[in-house]
Ligand binder design. Structure first.
Ligand SMILES: [Zn+2]
Length: 167
């Protein structure tokens, strides 16, 4: 952040009184611009026969790779509304939300990822603007190495902290 979104003046990194870390503070109107982690919400849409709906990404990062429908939560919506919306946007697919499947902290990019299990309600799906292709996969055909997601035994809820991938 370089400029204040309230008045347009430059911001500087400064530790406000009674705070314990550096914040972007406006040099003119003194507004403190807090920055907090973003939530990325996704679903694991499952058809009646156990197949899972995946999307092949039409955008960077990871263009061309298969992924679960997921994206940034918007203000004014709940986590399940975000999962339903992202699944509709990326796969034109309707789901009923099930159990929370996983929660991962990614502090190196200031994100928290939540994945919900979901029941795919019909087979009338198609690629959204951010997808090249949308397809149901049998478990043995899922390209696990392309997914940022692992299947746990019995789909039990799990959580964890991820560190930056080694380069
Ligand atoms: Zn300002």
């Amino acid at each position: 952040m370089k400029f204040c979104s309230a008045c347009g003046a430059p911001v500087e990194l400064r530790q406000p009184p009674d705070d314990n870390r550096l914040r972007h503070v406006c040099t003119l109107c003194t507004t403190i611009h807090y920055q907090n982690p973003n939530l990325v919400i996704g679903s694991i849409p499952e058809w009646e026969d156990g197949r899972i709906l995946l999307c092949r990404r039409a955008i960077e990062p990871r263009h061309g790779l298969w992924t679960l429908p997921a994206g940034f939560m918007e203000n004014g919506e709940t986590t399940t509304e975000a999962a339903i919306r992202e699944t509709l946007e990326e796969a034109n697919a309707r789901i009923a939300i099930g159990e929370l499947y996983s929660m991962y902290n990614l502090p190196y990019i200031n994100q928290v990822h939540l994945l919900f299990r979901a029941k795919l309600l019909d087979l009338d799906f198609s690629p959204g603007v951010e997808s090249l292709e949308v397809k149901l996969f049998e478990e043995q055909d899922i390209p696990w190495d392309e997914l940022a997601f692992r299947k746990a035994e019995n789909f039990q809820f799990h959580m964890g902290d991820l560190t930056a991938p080694a380069r």
